[in-house]
Design a protein around this ligand. Sequence first.
Ligand code: NAP
Length: 461
Amino acid sequence: MIFNEHFIEISYFIATALFILSLKWLSSPTTARRGVWAGEIGMALAILGTLLYRGIVDYKLVAAGLVLGTILGVPLGRVAMTAVPQRTALSHAFGALCVTLVGTSEFYLRAPDIPPFMMAVLSMEVILGSLTFTGSLMAAGKLQEVLPQRPITYKGQNFVNLALLALSVGIAVILVLRPNQVGLFPALIFIPLVFGVMLIIPIGGADMPTVISLLNSYAGLSAAAMGFVLNSKLLIIAGALDGSSGFILSVIMSKAMNRSFTNVLFGGFGQLQAAAGGEQESRPVKSATAEEAAAILSAASLVAIVPGYGMAVAQAQHKVRELYDALTKRGIDVRFGIHPVAGRMPGHMNVLLAEADIPYDRLLEMDVINGDFPQTDVALVIGANDVTNPAARNETGSPIYGMPILDVDRAHTVMVIKRSMAAGFAGIDNPLYYLDKTLMLFGDAKGFVGNIVRELSGGHD
Ligand code: NAP
C-alpha cells in the first residue's frame, strides 16, 4: 500500500513536470513533436497514477469509461486539419461536462457541511464547467456549420447576459453563506448552462477560434477549482497551466487581429462582415496563366510565398513544397511569410508547411519578413486574403484597420492565387488585387500551384 502511494505521488510529480515541459517545447516548431510526446506521456502517467488510487471502488465502471472514451476519442483524433478548432471545442465540452458532474456529486456527498472556501471553489467549478460545456458545444456547432454562423444580436443582450452571470454568482454567494440551502444548487448548474448558449449567440462563426481558446481557459480554471475540491495538486497545476495558456493564446490572437477581447465577445463582428461584403468592387484586375506565372517566377532571385486559409482548404501544401523545390533548384531564394492568424487556427500555416517538410528556417514571422518585401521580386500569395490587405494600414473605416499585415504590396510583383474575387474571413474587398503590379491567378490553390510546377519543369510532372 505504501509503495502504491509513493508510486502515485511520483507519477503525479513526473506528469506535472512533463506538462510544463510540454508547453515549453510546443512553443517552437523544432521541439513541438517532443512537446506532444511529453504531454501524452504525462497524461498516461496521470491516468495510471489515478487508476492505482485506493479510493477507487469499482474498476468495472472505470474500464467501461476508458472503453467509451477510446471509442469516441479515436475518430475525433482523425478529423481533417481544418476541422481541428471544432474538434478542440468538443474536447473542452466533454472536459467541462466531466468537471460539472464531479462538482455536482461532491456537493451532494458533502452538503450541508461544506466550509465556505470549499463551497466557493465548488461553485466556481460548477459555474465555469456548465457555461464552458454549452458554450463549447455552441462554438463547435457554429464552426461545423450545423448552427448558423452569423451573430444573433438583440437589444439589451449584454445586459441579459451579465444579469445571468450575476444571478449565478449571487446564488453561489448564498450557498457559501448557507450551504444547507441544497435546493438552490440545481440553479447553479442550470443558469450557467443557459449563459453559455447566450454568450456564444452574438459571436460570428469566424471569431470562434479565439472564443474556443478562451473557453479552453475557462475549462482549465474549472479543472483547477476541481483540484482544490478533490485535493489534487496535479489537477490544480494542470488546470492552471491550461487556464493561463488558453488565456495567453486568446490575447495573442486578438492582438494579431487588432481586436480587443470585448470586441470579439460583444462586437457582433460577423454582422459587419456581411454588410461590408455586399459592396464588392467591380474594377478591372489583371490575370495571368500558370505559364506566365512560371516565367515571372523563374526570372526572380527572391520570392516570398504567403500562404493563407485557401492553401489549407485546398490542401495545397505538398504542391507548394514541389514549387519550393523547383524554385530553389534554380538558385532562387524562397522564403515563406507567416502571419500569426493566417488560416483559421493558431499555427495553422506552420503545421501544414511542416507536414510538407518545408525547412523551418524558411518560415519567417511577419515582423521579420516585412522588412524584406521591398527587395522581393515576387510575392506569391496562395489562398491568403485578409492578412495581405493594405486597407488594414491605410483605410481608417475598414473593419480590419490597424491589424498588422504582411506587406506584400511592397514587393516588385505580386501574384495572388485564389478562385474568384470573393472576400475572405473579414468579408471585405482587398485593394491589393487592383494594383498595377498585381496579377491574379484564378484557380484552386492545389491545381494552380501544380500547373506552375509543371510549367517550371518543362511541361511534365
Ligand atoms: P482569408 O482572409 O479568409 O482568405 C482566404 C482566401 O482563400 C479567400 O479569399 C478565398 O478566396 C481563398 N480560397 C478559399 N479556398 C481556396 C482554394 N481552394 N484555392 C484557392 N484559394 C482559396 O484567409 P487569411 O488571409 O489566411 O486570413 C485569415 C483570417 O482569419 C484573418 O482575417 C484572421 O483574422 C481570421 N482568423 C484567423 C484565426 C487563426 O487563428 N488563424 C482565428 C480567427 C480568425 P476565393 O473564394 O476567391 O478562392
